[in-house]
Ligand binder design. Structure first.
Ligand code: Z5A
Length: 215
């Protein structure tokens, strides 16, 4: 039986890493075989593209269209070499970011041409849309403060101003509003245990519906 594709999204510092640990524990508990992956990344070439995209020291301005095309180049590899084969083998795939991030960051944040974005989505993503997306929603300032606490150097995109991330957050929430069945908004501003409990509830429901659909 074909696996399920789950993705996790949110602005910087929303708590994706913590949430991913909870998702992993949930899948293990339910004996569901899975692959954890990420975007940009997930294959050797896509990880190289990730480095081009995120390294802050690259002494060349990256145009929004270039950024968009590189995100989709990485995605094309990721889908064909990682996601699709895993789903076909019956494994579930959990991706730390996927297509919604392009609509939020390049669409909302960078204001790229929506026709180009739609066309790439159509040709690269095609019908391979997530079965479930968890959108960890947090006020931009809260996410930035959490990320700052980690003390790690900021990557190229993390160095953007607050306005950019406000536009990203809004684009995520607009998408969630348009696709309520797939994108579940999690209030990620509460403490970690409360956030994990919300995620757990969504996962339990999703698993139940998936099993009913399969029987
Ligand atoms: N990108 C794009 O532009 N277009 C695309 O199509 C795709 C991606 C696919 C790389 O993503 C960048 O690529 C990303 C979008 C862009 N750029 N940005 N910005 P990434 O996911 O690798 O990078 P990130 O967004 O910077 O991830 P992050 O900052 O690591 O976010 P996080 O995983 O959500 O953060 P975290 O490490 O889980 O949590 C941050 C801290 O908060 C940490 O110390 C936690 O212990 C703490 N935390 C977590 N939850 C809580 C709660 N509930 N309360 C208090 N503290 C908490």
């Amino acid at each position: 039986m074909r696996g399920k594709l789950m993705t996790i999204e949110g602005v910087e510092g929303a708590g994706k890493s913590t949430a991913l640990q909870g998702i992993q524990d949930f899948l293990l508990l339910h004996h569901i075989p899975f692959v954890m992956t990420r975007e940009p990344g997930g294959t050797a070439l896509a990880e190289v593209i990730r480095q081009w995209l995120l390294r802050p020291e690259l002494d060349e301005f990256i145009y929004p269209e270039t950024e968009l095309l590189l995100m989709f180049a990485a995605r094309a590899q990721h889908i064909r070499l990682c996601i699709e084969p895993a789903l076909q083998s019956g494994q579930w795939v959990v991706s730390d970011r996927y297509i919604d991030a392009s609509f939020a960051y390049q669409g909302g944040g960078r204001n790229v041409n929506p026709d180009l974005l739609q066309a790439l989505d159509h040709h690269v993503t095609g019908t391979l849309y997530p079965d479930l997306t968890l959108l960890l929603d947090v006020p931009v300032k809260v996410g930035a403060a959490r990320a700052a606490k980690r003390g790690a150097p900021k990557d190229r995109i993390e160095q953007e101003e607050q306005d950019f991330f406000e536009a990203v957050r809004k684009a995520y929430l607009d998408r969630a509003e348009q696709d309520k069945a797939r994108i579940k908004v999690i209030d990620a501003s509460s403490d970690e245990r409360v956030v994990q409990a919300q995620i757990h509830e969504v996962l339990e429901h999703f698993l139940q519906v998936s099993r009913e659909g399969a029987s």
